[in-house]
Design a protein around this ligand. Structure first.
Ligand SMILES: O=P(O)(O)O[C@H]1O[C@H](CO)[C@@H](O)[C@H]1O
Ligand SMILES: O=c1cc[nH]c(=O)[nH]1
Length: 317
């Protein structure tokens, strides 16, 4: 079988950081090593096991990532995972802040909730993969979100991230100045994910809004503080919908901007747990929510299977 051209993985380039001061940081650490503080790893560890990483999958909840690691281990063929029959993945490094697993070429870690913890994870995982010499890994966020005018249970594959001002920008104060970064996601990777899904999981394309607050930032009326009314909330949600926003979560902007800056292919796939045009609280059953929570991961498993099959066929050709 010929490898699908869009899934081609043979022409690669190493992931790299963009920091001329990296050597200075090492000389300042007391042991001369580069410490990945929150992962509980450092450049003094044997990082060669990360060299073959081709996919980095992340999402907020540690339970979701643990369950995904087990699914990857049982779904991908053993010649890809390298795991002995029946072996389960175990966490790597410290599990205090993040829980990280590696199954063959798939690295997975939870990022917790919101932009700050996600930014820390992105910095440290990118340094880790760069130190290990990994080739062109794709970064994919698998999460939950509130939909806007979207049937609950649908996975939104983001075209672009926007901030809480409905602007396509990740804004970060650096050295006392506001720095704005582009939040466009990789078209080709999204197309491959959608093609691999083959209609199995209901999905839509659209912009994803990332806010700094689940309650006021997302225009909810059910937080502990609320200084606006239903009309103001609906005006905001309708304005976002008219701009092309189809879901709201809390990390897409930093994820898109960080990866874009370093030339890393990235995608954001978040299932919608409710339609915010119809309310603020989750009206669906626990069983439905649990099933929907798994959909982005199930979709990505199909992508991994197809991508690895294409890579294998290309190597054999
Ligand atoms: O389900 P995860 O991936 O955590 O994503 C969403 O859920 C959390 C809020 O409930 C935020 O992190 C938001 O982005
Ligand atoms: O409404 C929602 C649901 C999940 N995650 C969010 O950030 N918002």
């Amino acid at each position: 079988m010929l490898a699908s051209r869009s899934f081609s993985r043979l022409a690669t380039r190493s992931i790299s950081t963009r920091n001329p001061h990296a050597a200075l940081a090492r000389s300042e650490s007391h042991s001369g090593e580069d410490v990945l503080f929150h992962l509980g790893l450092s450049s003094a560890d044997d990082l060669s096991q990360f060299r073959d990483v081709k996919y980095f999958l992340t999402g907020g909840s540690r339970g979701r990532i643990r369950s995904l690691a087990n699914k990857v281990a049982t779904t991908l063929p053993s010649h890809v995972t390298g795991l002995p029959f029946g072996a389960s993945p175990t966490p790597i490094g410290s599990t205090d802040r993040y829980e990280m697993y590696k199954v063959g070429p798939v690295l997975m870690a939870n990022h917790n909730m919101g932009i700050p913890t996600t930014a820390i994870l992105l910095h440290e995982v990118t340094k880790l993969l760069s130190l290990a010499g990994a080739d062109d890994p794709a970064f994919i966020r698998l999460g939950t979100s509130g939909g806007i005018g979207v049937t609950p249970g649908t996975v939104v594959v983001s075209t672009q991230a926007v901030n809480g001002m409905i602007e396509p920008s990740y804004d970060l104060p650096i050295l006392g100045k506001m720095v704005k970064r582009d939040t466009t996601l990789h078209e080709g990777l999204a197309a491959e994910i959608i093609e691999a899904n083959g209609g199995a999981v209901p999905l839509e394309r659209g912009m994803t809004m990332a806010t700094d607050c689940f309650y006021e930032g997302q225009g909810r009326l059910d937080g502990a503080i609320c200084d606006y009314d239903e009309a103001g909330k609906m005006e905001f949600l309708n304005r976002a919908h008219a701009a092309g926003v189809r879901n709201i979560e809390m990390e897409a902007t930093v994820f898109a901007a960080f990866t874009k800056q370093l030339g890393i292919r990235s995608a954001v796939c978040c299932v919608t747990l409710l339609d915010r045009l119809k309310g603020d609280q989750h009206p669906h059953s626990h069983e439905e929510i649990v099933e929907w929570d798994e959909r982005p991961g199930d979709m990505i498993l199909q992508y991994l299977l197809k991508s690895e099959a294409a890579a294998g066929a290309e190597r054999a050709a």
